[in-house]
Design a protein around this ligand. Structure first.
Ligand code: NAD
Length: 361
């Protein structure tokens, strides 16, 4: 049983799907773990630490994955690498097979059994494998640190010989996993924090972290614990109330998302125009288009004294801990596939049958 890990190739990606800790566990489960040299470097796991954990290190991507029974990754390998995989081998990672035609085609053509982990059902049993949650936690944390460093103000209240500084007001839009971590982080830095979400159950979660729930009079609880899209009237009302409120906010951290859709546009250019100079917007939803109308993915712009940042792949900025969590998620998923020292697919298990791509007929 061979498990292969190639170096991540996506620009700016520093995470790795297997850490020395999970490598050791895979070896203990009877696997030969084959890792391309340098795979862990971006996350500060040197090659030596993998060797000590029982891995075999190889010099080329192909050597790591060509005859592997399972290939583990953070972002999908290029279509050419997928085409070099063994037919029937498992490919596990955040694969987004539909985002790239060549990639999807390579998976299908090669007969690779792909498990895009972003498709895992969000059940209690799947929580230990939930890469969306573990990576969103790091993203929410980093988003607040970026906001704090861009801001020309303190977050905490300070009483000094030079007078009193009032605390910054931080509004976190969207209180899913990333948003709640952003709220907790901004609170730890001493800001006055408000959170807002269309799912009513987030009120209590925001409050439990020391934040205030910003009530804009709109509720949009949808199926499976996710948000539904708002109607035009609901949106207009939300916008009007929010615009008024933002005139008095120093920092906005945007994290609102609706699965499978572009990010909802919540903060308009006019609202940014109404904010005080020196205010900051960090838009974590930049990857799917942004919650702020002015967000440019990957860029930081000044709009009349208000800075709007759209950082991408924030989890990668905390690559070491993000990888530790991601790798544990992947290891927990692999336990569903590892049977008596071999890879097997139990299609009765919904965590496999609902995650596999293409969908099984
Ligand atoms: P997400 O990244 O899809 O969305 C982020 C947040 O944006 C959500 O809270 C959503 O309600 C909010 N949002 C959407 N449209 C909005 C709008 N117009 N205005 C304001 N906010 C808006 O969500 P997520 O962080 O992946 O998690 C969403 C839900 O799934 C949460 O309830 C979470 O607890 C739940 N969850 C369950 C499990 C599990 O049980 N295994 C695991 C992870 C998450």
């Amino acid at each position: 049983l061979k498990i292969g890990i190639a170096r991540e190739t996506a620009p700016g990606e520093r995470r790795v799907a297997v850490t020395p800790e999970t490598c050791k566990k895979l070896v203990a489960a009877g696997a030969q773990v084959c890792i391309e040299r340098g795979s862990g470097a971006g996350a500060h796991f040197p090659d030596r630490t993998y060797e000590e954990a029982g891995a075999t290190l190889v010099d080329a991507t192909e050597a790591a994955i060509a005859d592997a029974d399972a290939v583990l990754c953070v972002q999908p390998p290029p279509a050419t690498a997928i085409a070099a995989m063994k037919t029937g081998a498992a490919l596990v990672g955040t694969l987004q097979p539909q985002a790239d035609a060549a990639r999807g085609e390579a998976i299908v053509q090669r007969g690779v059994v792909a498990f895009p982990l972003e498709r895992l059902p969000r059940t209690t049993r799947a929580q230990a494998m939930d890469v969306l949650s573990s990576q969103a936690g790091m993203a929410g944390y980093k988003a607040v640190l970026i906001a704090a460093s861009l801001a020309p103000r303190f977050f905490p209240m300070l009483t000094t010989a030079a007078g009193t500084i009032r605390p910054s007001k931080v509004l976190v839009i969207g209180a899913g996993v990333a948003g709640l971590q952003a709220i907790a982080t901004a609170r730890r830095l001493g800001a006055q924090v408000e959170g807002f979400d269309v799912r009513p159950e987030t009120r209590e979660q925001i409050q439990s972290l020391g934040g205030r729930f910003l009530d804009l009079g709109v509720s949009a609880a949808g199926e499976g614990g996710y948000a539904r899209q708002l109607t035009d009237e609901e949106r207009a009302e939300q916008q009007r109330r929010l615009g008024e409120h933002l005139k008095n906010v120093d920092v906005i951290v945007c994290t609102a998302a609706v699965p499978g859709r572009p990010a909802p546009k919540i903060v308009s250019a006019a609202m940014v125009g109404g904010m005080k100079p020196g205010s900051v917007v960090v838009d974590l939803a930049a990857e799917t288009g942004g919650n702020c109308e002015l967000t440019r993915p990957g860029e930081t712009d000044d709009h009349g004294g208000v800075v709007v940042a759209g950082p991408l792949n924030l989890a990668s900025q905390g690559a070491q801990h993000a990888s530790e969590m991601y790798a544990r998620n992947v290891f927990n998923f692999m336990q569903l596939l590892l049977k008596d020292g071999a890879i097997g697919f139990d299609w009765e298990d919904e965590l496999l049958s609902k995650t596999v791509w293409p969908e099984r007929s």
